[in-house]
Design a protein around this ligand. Structure first.
Ligand code: NAP
Ligand code: ZN
Ligand code: ZN
Length: 371
């Protein structure tokens, strides 16, 4: 019943917008019309600000492996044209009449979540990523206000309800802070939930965008960090980034010698065997999946049962926790190690990301898109 009312309300709102021919701005974006087509300049619509909205000029946007999964339709849920991008930082250009948290000129950021029902158990607890009525993803999600799909941060500007906009601490370098909006929160949330900290041994599988942020954040929390990588060439970097130990996961001898871990964060984007890692957990330890490979990951029952182990998962983090990780990163001087690129290099960056060839996050300078 409640759901019907919500949908009716939404329809009424959409009708009103159509009737009023809601003010819409056409802007430039970068996206694609097919899974096998390169990204190119597209024109998209943004709503003009409503009373609770903040309009942000996008200065930088990170490239997450999820953008790649969606652009190539690897999860089978992509509606084209798609404009990816969910690690957005920029400057507020305009605010609606009822906005209280932002004003023009403020630094602002937007991550994955741009709306949710605001009334379910999880929204009330600040865990909008588990909204029972379906939260709105910043891209490739039904746009409840304009209709059609939402378009992400590979664009000139974005309009978002102030409750889903984050403050960027002034001391953070803006370009390298962008990846905190997804990579940062995605690893911070489970590390906090599973109580990483002093006396805890944390394993991190995969040294990419998420993995390198996980090293920095787990170290700042006081944990002992062990990195598992398939890339010999990343071993020195893992140490430089703060890892206490590095294990080349293709080397059976090194894997066998590994001592027991309390928490393992699995950030791998492709099919791999988790059973070797489950065996490394202490009693009551947890292997937490944040990577989202297309293929299923088989788990041997004995690897879990023996030692009361958990095989768990975690999905980004809520709005309040995203603000918390931005503030945590400012306090601990943490930003991403980035390769700053221009819009014309996006296709090359996607190809390199697919091969695991990025140190350690591509961030796009979005300003030239306007010109
Ligand atoms: P990324 O930068 O490409 O890093 C992934 C890393 O996984 C690679 O650098 C590589 O590390 C390792 N890897 C890749 N293929 C592998 C294979 N076949 N076997 C073993 N290791 C392999 O990607 P990312 O942006 O960090 O994202 C990682 C995953 O998390 C993606 O699936 C993404 O969609 C997902 N994600 C989930 C959430 C969430 O909320 N749960 C949020 C953001 C992203 P080494 O070279 O060190 O082995
Ligand atoms: Zn992401
Ligand atoms: Zn909700």
């Amino acid at each position: 019943m409640e759901r019907t009312t919500a949908i009716t309300k939404q329809t009424t709102q959409e009708e009103k917008i159509t009737r009023n021919n809601m003010n819409i701005t056409n802007i430039k974006a970068y996206g694609t019309e097919a899974a096998d087509a390169p990204l190119k300049t597209l024109n998209i619509r943004r709503r003009n600000i409503t009373p609770h909205d903040v309009e942000i000029e996008i200065l930088y946007c990170g490239i997450c492996h999820s953008d790649l999964h969606v652009v190539r339709n690897e999860w089978n849920g992509t509606t084209y044209p798609v404009v990816p991008g969910h690690e957005i930082v920029g400057k507020v250009t305009r605010v609606g009449d009822h906005v209280t948290k932002f004003q023009a000129g403020d630094l602002a950021a937007v991550g994955c979540i741009v709306d949710s029902c605001r009334s379910c158990e999880y929204c009330k607890e600040g865990e909008e990523q588990f909204c029972e009525n379906g939260w709105t993803v910043v891209f490739n999600s039904p746009d409840k206000i304009l209709g059609g799909q939402t378009y992400g941060g590979f664009s000139e500007s974005i309009v978002v309800d102030e409750n889903y906009v984050l403050h960027v601490p002034e001391k953070l370098d803006l370009a390298s802070a962008a990846p905190i909006l997804c990579a940062g929160i995605t690893v911070y949330s489970p590390l906090k939930h599973w109580k990483a900290g002093p006396g805890k041994k944390v394993g991190i599988i995969g040294l990419g965008g998420l993995g390198h942020m996980a090293i920095k954040i787990a170290k700042a929390m006081g944990s002992h960090v062990v990195v598992f990588t398939t890339s010999q060439s990343k071993a020195d970097d893992a140490k430089r980034l703060g890892a206490d130990e590095v294990v080349l996961s293709k080397d059976a001898e090194q894997m066998k010698q590994q001592s027991k871990l309390d928490i393992i964060l699995d950030t791998v984007s492709a099919k791999h065997d988790v059973n070797d890692y489950l065996k490394m957990l202490k009693v009551d330890g947890a292997l937490v999946l944040v990577g989202l490979p297309v293929d299923q990951l088989p788990v041997g029952a004995f690897n879990l049962v023996n030692g009361r182990k958990s095989f768990a998962g975690s999905n980004i983090g809520g709005i309040a926790e995203t603000q918390e990780v931005l503030d945590f990163c400012a306090e601990h001087n943490i930003t991403a190690d980035i390769e700053l690129i221009n819009v014309q290099q996006i296709n090359e960056a996607f190809d390199r990301l697919e091969k695991g060839d990025v140190k350690y996050r591509f961030v796009i300078d979005m300003v030239p898109l306007k010109n």
